[in-house]
Ligand binder design. Sequence first.
Ligand code: F6R
Length: 240
Amino acid sequence: MNVVVVNNFDRMSEEVAKIMIKQITQKPKSVLGLATGSSPLRVYKLLVEYHNRGADFSGLTTFNLDEYVGLSKEHPQSYRQYMNENFFSHVNIKPENTFVPSGVTEDPEEECRLYEQSIKQAGGIDMQILGIGSNAHIGFNEPGTPFDSITQVVDLSESTIKDNARFFDTIEEVPTKAISMGIKTIMQAKEIVLMANGGSKAKAIYGAVMGRITPEVPASVLQLHPSVTIVVDQAAASKL
Ligand code: F6R
């Protein structure tokens, strides 16, 4: 596990963008696993700037980690909307090669099965980008999720619902379920890059990097992966 400690959010974003650009340059047909939330926002901006300077993203395929159950792709807080607004609609990735689970499918179990199948058909994920929850979740795999889990419907923990309420008008509007890649799905990526900033992530980062490997601290599983880079600002690294 390679831990990179930087000064602040901007430096963290630059470091992660640099790693992704290297991946895209080396393999223009990369399959990328992508995250939403606050952490990667500036990374997407930097990738858009890179595209505006002439970089071609038309060979990429992307798989997002998760989507809220119950939110359609047009819903302003859906992760599909987030990806369109912050990244996809500003670059030349082919829309048909951007995968985000559907939150409004009639058969969520089938949606999960097909999502796993699409990842396999694409040849697996070359580089998975992750944020981390204050409870150390990765994707929406909350504490207690078995390490052998694959894409499935999950219940969001109370702390995640509280953390994500900032994006909604009221806490009651925050969905309580999501479709999330499983821990095993994430661990099958050839390379993993996790980013975190701020003191609210310090305990989770300690658990991910130095804690006991246990499903109670989902990100601790990353210690078992052969190629992980963790990019953190000083506040998130403060317990290391
Ligand atoms: C997002 C995701 C989550 C977030 C995590 C951190 O697709 O899967 O695991 O990465 O909740 O969220 P932020 O970055 O908003 O602190």
